[in-house]
Design a protein around this ligand. Structure first.
Ligand code: GDP
Ligand code: MG
Length: 738
């Protein structure tokens, strides 16, 4: 066998020394074509395999900053060496692995030479080559170039790599929310038009555009000016956004995350000694507390609890204002609109329906503000870092943690980007298990449902209940993942590295922008999609209306009551109590009339399409404590979870005798005989677990490549939700909770 081997590495890592040790006298020196960079070539043999060895210029990076970097990169692309040996200085691993990570991102077949282990040892640094090799997925051979130690093992590893002859999958590092989304989107366009993909991996090209790599930009502009300029437009947008929110540039963020990746890699057992040479990690001192084995998880739980406390406490007043505003709007509409369908649509469908969802905007905003602090400061990455130990137990991957958090792990995310975030998982099995369970997290659409029920039934312990809801969601998701991983998606676990980018102090402006972006998404969705669905559901709850004969029957009852009126008033003859007596009788009459109105409204709602469906389902859902109105709301929730709130709002508004007297939905529920704290718990449980919303299901189908997994998640999740909700309700009832 013959093969070309390129030697690469940082300056002073021992490249030339190793080159000499390998090739001995068989070498000659020339120049790379067109530049004055020295090119050394030589040859050696190993077990009868002939190896042509090229000493690449020493570089720290593979971005086209210097002529050496361009030369090294171009050699890899044009000559396609069968294997690259990256010589890393083991006494300065963190810095040296920066280049190795870039080779891996480029998808280059790599062997690591852990050189200068003698120097490392002198400094008391013990490198675990096996662990490093496991985590990076490439061979890592300890060497001492000066004495030639490890030379043969290194050659053996290189020959083996050549014989494997497989182009490795490029390493995918997460660069944080903002960049990951842009990268995924750019990557899609790059792939679709095969833009430079004959030379480089698609994601790598996108990354180079973000880094503003002059050479790639130039190549790209020549090849496909249109696509290149549209990619550059995306880059400009991201760059602006980063400047505004994080006060940084894509390049800096990318390098932070690469170092974060390496830092975490070394922390995961590669280096025993706690070392602190790198100033980048003043963060280390902070991490000694925040990611401490015992202290870390406790602090994490306190932080989450604190976030909820903050959110519920400070949003209480603004939520009341917004509720008051919609109440006022309702009064206005009730007073000025003529009786009829239009009034019912505006009052019950829109104001009491969508208004209920909008009412929680301040709460959502406070929650997002808190989460932005956790995210922008870098704490969220620590949460992920701490949780990945737990995740392994349940057959998930470290990258699954981020997918969970994006889906609403703390609260208020969205499963759609969460499911997409699973792309960073390389094992298809782990990826599937993650994307099927991520929708159990508490996305922003479920929040108003919880907020409503908490306000109605658990107002004295809001943060505590929200905390419990979070724990239940995580426990359920992890157990479901374990179940899936030991049945339908069995398979081995893959090694991984969790990133630890340095801490930053968030800027107030950045926090405000992030908070507003998310809040605006919520408002926009409520004002468009949710409004549309609320109108459809209002119609389904209104038509068909009661037949004339039944309406006439209610009218007859009212006339009969009214006919008793004079007798009722004369029953109490003049006395000292005349006034109150009179009004008491009138009050009684009034109540009886209202009871008839109420019965008519309820009969009307039951008679409607939605009412009939809800009633038909009652025989099943009664086990979980859901009445027919709740059933309608839950059916609406298949479209989007906020609809549960808007539909309950409409249903209780339509059943209301006197819509003029507007009270918030939470009070209506609290006063309603069908509801109790136990029913609320059952509904909370059901809402956490039942079928993902329509858009998420579509996303699951797309990402898993099969409609079967979409169908699976709808049925599996709903079944789990029903069993759990019914269990809670039945046990609760048995214990006398209702
Ligand atoms: P290059 O810049 O990567 O080509 O590095 P060189 O091959 O010129 O080596 C830089 C210095 O490190 C030289 O003084 C070498 O003798 C020394 N060196 C190289 N490898 C080792 C090693 O494994 N152990 C020790 N102690 N020194 C080494
Ligand atoms: Mg040299």
């Amino acid at each position: 066998m013959e093969a070309t081997v390129a030697l690469a590495g940082n300056p002073n890592s021992g490249k030339t020394t190793l080159f000499n040790a390998l090739t001995g006298a068989r070498q000659h020196v020339g120049n790379y074509p067109g530049v004055t960079v020295e090119k050394k070539e030589g040859s050696c043999s190993h077990n009868g395999n002939q190896l042509h060895i090229v000493d690449l210029p020493g570089t720290y990076s593979l971005t086209a900053y210097s002529i050496e970097e361009v030369v090294a990169r171009d050699f890899l692309i044009s000559q396609k060496p069968e294997v690259v040996i990256d010589i890393v200085d083991a006494s300065n691993l963190e810095r040296n692995l920066y280049l190795a990570v870039q080779f891996l991102e480029m998808g280059v077949p790599l062997v690591l030479s852990l050189n200068m282990i003698d120097v490392a040892r002198q400094r008391g640094i013990e490198v675990d080559a096996k662990r490093l090799s496991e985590l990076l997925g490439v061979p890592a051979v300890p060497t001492i170039a000066r004495s030639g130690r490890g030379k043969d093992d290194l050659l053996a590893a290189a020959v083996l790599k050549v014989k494997e002859g497989r182009k490795p999958d490029p390493l995918v590092i997460s660069y944080g929310d903002d960049l990951d989304l842009a990268l995924a989107e750019m990557e899609g366009r790059i792939r679709a038009q095969s833009f430079l993909t004959n030379l480089y991996p698609a994601r790598w090209v996108a990354l180079k555009f973000l880094e503003g790599d002059a050479q790639i930009l130039e190549k790209g502009r020549k090849l496909n000016p249109e696509l290149a300029s549209s990619l550059e437009k995306t880059v400009h947008k991201v760059t602006d956004h980063l400047a505004k929110t994080l006060d940084t540039e894509p390049e800096a963020l990318i390098s932070d995350h690469r170092y974060g990746y390496i830092h975490a890699l070394l922390k995961q057992g590669v280096i025993q000694r706690q070392y602190n040479q790198n100033r980048l990690y003043a963060s280390d001192t902070i991490d000694r507390f925040l990611t401490h084995r015992l202290l870390g998880p406790i602090i994490m739980l306190l932080v989450v609890m604190g976030l909820y406390k903050f959110t519920f406490t400070y949003s209480e007043m603004p939520v009341a204002w917004v509720e008051g505003f919609f109440g006022w709007l309702g009064d206005l509409a009730a007073a000025h609109l003529p009786e009829g369908l239009f009034k019912s649509l505006v009052l019950s469908g829109i104001i009491d329906g969508v208004g209920g969802v909008m009412g929680f905007v301040p709460l959502i905003m406070f929650m997002f503000f808190g989460i932005s602090i956790l995210e922008d400061s870098g704490y969220l990455a620590r949460v992920a870092y701490m949780l990945d130990r737990v995740f392994r137990i349940f057959g998930l991957h470290g990258n699954s943690v981020m997918a969970y958090i994006v889906s609403g792990g703390i609260a208020g995310g969205c499963a759609v980007p969460g499911v997409m975030a699973t792309r960073t998982l390389r094992s298809p099995k782990e990826r599937l298990a993650t994307l099927l369970t991520a929708p159990f997290m508490n996305c922003g659409a479920k929040l108003p449902v919880f907020a409503l029920l908490i306000a109605a039934f658990f107002a004295e312990n809001e943060a505590g209940i929200m905390f419990a809801i979070t724990i239940i969601a995580w426990a359920g998701a992890l157990l479901a993942a374990k179940l899936l991983r030991s049945t339908v998606v069995k398979g081995p676990a893959t090694p991984f590295v969790m990133e630890l980018p340095p801490y930053r102090i968030p800027t107030f402006k950045g926090l405000c922008i992030h908070t507003w972006e998310r809040t605006w998404q919520y408002i926009k969705k409520a004002g468009t999609v949710i409004l549309g669905i609320a109108i459809i559901l209002w119609a389904m709850m209104t038509f068909p209306s009661l037949s004339d004969s039944r309406a006439a029957e209610f009218e007859r009852q009212r006339i009969a009551i009214a006919a008793e009126a004079p007798t009722a008033t004369v029953q109490k003859p003049g006395s000292a109590q005349e006034d109150t007596g009179l009004s008491a009788a009138a009050q009684q009459l009034q109540d009886r009339l209202e009871a008839v109105d109420h019965a008519e409204a309820e009969a009307g709602l039951r008679y409607s399409v939605a009412g009939r469906i809800g009633t038909a389902l009652e025989s099943v859902t009664r086990l979980a404590g859901f009445d027919w109105r709740t059933n309608i709301a839950l059916l609406g929730g298949f479209a989007a979870k906020e609809v549960v709130v808007s539909t309950l709002g409409t249903a209780y508004s339509l059943g209301e005798v006197d819509p003029e007297q507007s009270e918030p939905l939470s009070e209506r529920l609290a006063n309603s005989p069908e509801w109790s704290p136990l029913v609320a718990w059952s509904l909370i449980i059901f809402t956490i677990f039942y079928a993902p919303c329509f858009v998420t299901v579509v996303c699951i189908v797309r990402e898993s490549g099969s409609w079967k997994w979409g169908a699976f998640s709808v049925t599996f999740n709903t079944a789990v939700a029903y069993v759990l909700a019914a269990g809670v309700y039945q046990i609760g009832t048995f214990l006398g909770g209702s």
